[in-house]
Design a protein around this ligand. Structure first.
Ligand SMILES: [Zn+2]
Length: 127
């Protein structure tokens, strides 16, 4: 598994926009990484958004080894994972991002599959 150390700023900004659009419902998507940088979000077909949590039919994702985890939003100003989130972290991918209300650069956090916070650098360009 490749170690993820950064995320593209435009990808993160897109997540903020999508999270605002979905508010007060949760937004969720798979994330794809290239050479250790998260570069893309991938909609999960059949995702059902709810106020409590989104239902993610992860089996609908394409078989793509660059998909490294899931990003989802919390409509409340709290980036901590729930028990349900931790369950998801443990069964799918190896990096997970929670973007909390108000969906800005100070309201998100990345975690590994054990729920431990992982520092991610936000970068402007990626080669
Ligand atoms: Zn959550």
């Amino acid at each position: 598994m490749e170690k993820i150390t950064s995320i593209l700023k435009e990808t993160l900004d897109l997540v903020f926009e999508c999270s605002k659009d979905q508010h007060p419902y949760e937004f969720a998507a798979a994330i794809r990484a290239e050479n250790g940088t998260i570069t893309e979000i991938i909609p999960i077909p059949g995702t059902i958004s709810g106020e409590e949590h989104a239902i993610l039919p992860l089996h609908m994702l394409p078989p793509d080894r660059s998909i490294c985890g899931v990003i989802h939003s919390h409509p409340v100003p709290d980036t901590r994972w729930s028990d349900e989130d931790l369950h998801l972290f443990g069964k799918f991918g190896h990096i997970h991002i929670i973007v909390a209300y108000p969906y800005s650069k100070n309201s998100w956090k990345a975690y590994n599959q054990k729920g431990e916070a992982v520092p991610l650098e936000v970068i402007d360009t990626h080669f």
